[in-house]
Design a protein around this ligand. Structure first.
Ligand code: UD1
Ligand code: CA
Length: 458
């Protein structure tokens, strides 16, 4: 039988140095809360129980996370006073199974990977394993003390370390995998007799060693996996580190970035080969790009699917759109949710499209608003055409048939249907359906007064 796996996430710290009204673990990195990153990683493992220890701003943390992670069943444990990491784990004991093992993680150490946690769990063959790392500057962190044979014998905190111990460069990440039986055995016996008068979780290491347990140590693949966030500088620097990693993965998949340091991916971006992404493009949510997609500077693209060989000119905002292959967009186009652009269609500058389907090869090239519309194939929508979809109370549909031609500056007052191959004269206000192949005018006849004298100044 596989022993049950619990995850204990410590998230009770106040995060004073963030200078924020928001609890630290709700600050965002790559568009997702720090705690959300940890939960998403745990979700990739087969976890039987997730316990979050909350303290400062606990209700806010609980409600925000519960709303976002509806499928996760989380046990919330309050630590009303922050008496140390050992105390924080101790308050979970009444909710922790007696058997099985627990991963101990931190709500403010967001980027630990699923692979590292799996390796940590696998390394726990004798009761306890931990993530350590040898660093150039170990200041402030717990040091790993090893015996002559190289086995871990204790962790010494910075404030308790003597000069020899301060010279040790192998540090404690604070992330462990521990058998629940040992947590139940050792935590009630922790003391706070140390420089910080805190109950140190790290003290369980020497307790286990005294019981003859060999503690396994593994290193994470990337240093950023164990980096915590305590202030805004660290948050910004970890954000950039993570962006570099996301960009490097995409470069390996064949994506060309004009400048890897000037792009932001706040979510997941999947891309085909020979994609080009110019500077200052922001991706949010889940985005998918086909092969040979070319995206110019300053675009913001959110939850969008973009087909092969699309060309997106500068400063487009695309939100929840499904775009076929060979589509040209922009510059300065705004595609709002539920826009579908079929293959080889074109959306030009200063065009806004909302909740509409544009058929194959159709063009909306300049200064238009198309909302709640179904546009057929091969349609030409002239400059400045507006679908008047809103009467102040209700939204109505506009349907434009295949190969129709809508002259510039026409207003199509919905609900209205324009038949296949129909033509709407420029400047028309169309309030009634137009039949197939018909030409519709909806404008005043031109009047001419000959030899007109303009007024002169008195
Ligand atoms: C801890 C480790 C140290 C390690 C370092 C890595 C101990 C005693 N020391 O140090 O060896 O190198 O992490 O960053 O464990 N927390 C609570 N409740 C508390 C105290 C802390 O939930 O009562 C949470 C904090 O919100 C934070 C995490 O635990 O997410 C770590 O606490 P922190 O005070 O940063 O640990 P350190 O003492 O710096
Ligand atoms: Ca810390």
């Amino acid at each position: 039988m596989i022993s049950p796996l619990s995850v204990i996430i410590l998230a009770a710290g106040k995060g004073t140095r963030m200078q924020s009204a928001k609890p630290k673990v709700l600050q965002t990195l790559a568009g997702k809360s720090l705690l959300g990153h940890v939960l998403d990683t745990c979700h990739q493992l087969t976890v039987d129980e997730t316990i979050i220890v909350h303290g400062f701003g606990g209700d806010q943390v609980k409600s925000e996370i519960t709303n976002q992670y509806t499928q996760a069943s989380i046990t919330w444990v309050a630590q009303t006073e922050q008496l140390g990491t050992g105390h924080a784990v101790k308050v979970t004991l009444s909710d922790l199974p007696k058997s099985g093992q627990s991963l101990i993680l931190y709500g403010d150490v967001p980027l630990v990977s699923c692979q590292t946690l799996t390796a940590l769990k696998t390394a726990n063959t004798d009761g306890m394993s931990m993530l350590t790392l040898t660093v150039d500057n170990p200041f402030g962190l717990g040091r790993i003390k090893r015996d002559q044979a190289g086995n871990i014998e204790a962790i010494v905190e910075q404030k308790d370390a003597n000069t020899d111990e301060q010279n040790i460069r192998e540090i404690n990440s604070g992330i462990y995998c521990v058998d629940n039986a040992l947590l139940h055995k050792y935590l009630p016996g922790l003391s706070n007799d140390n420089a910080q008068q805190e109950y140190y979780l790290t003290d369980i290491v020497k307790m286990a060693v005294a019981d003859g347990i060999t503690i396994a140590a593994i290193e994470p693949e990337h240093t950023f996996e164990i980096e915590g966030v305590n202030n805004r500088q660290q948050l910004a620097s970890l954000e950039r580190t993570w962006q570099r990693k996301l960009v490097a993965d995409l470069q390996e998949a064949g994506v060309q970035f004009a400048d890897p340091s000037r792009v932001d991916i706040r979510g997941t971006l999947t891309a085909g080969q020979d994609v080009f992404i110019d500077v200052n493009v922001v991706f949010e949510g889940g985005c998918t790009l086909g092969d040979n997609v070319y995206i110019e500077a300053g675009c913001v693209i959110k939850n969008a699917k973009i087909g092969n060989a699309c060309y997106i000119k500068p400063y487009c905002v695309i939100d929840r759109a499904d775009i076929g292959a060979g589509v040209d967009i922009g510059p300065f186009a705004h595609l709002r949710p539920d826009t579908v652009l079929s293959d080889n269609s074109k959306v030009g500058n200063f065009v806004e499209i909302k909740k509409s389907t544009i058929g194959k090869g159709s063009k909306v090239n300049h200064l238009s608003y198309v909302g709640d519309a179904t546009v057929g194939t091969g349609v030409n929508i002239g400059a400045g055409v507006i679908t008047c979809n809103y009467d102040g109370a209700n939204k109505s549909q506009t349907i434009i048939g295949d190969n129709a031609f809508i002259g510039s500056n026409a207003s199509l007052v919905a609900p209205v249907k324009i038949g296949d191959t129909a033509t709407v004269a420029a400047g028309s206000v169309i309030t009634k359906d137009v039949d197939r192949s018909a030409l519709a005018f909806g404008r005043a006849r031109q009047v001419q007064k000959n030899d007109f004298q303009r007024p002169t100044k008195k």
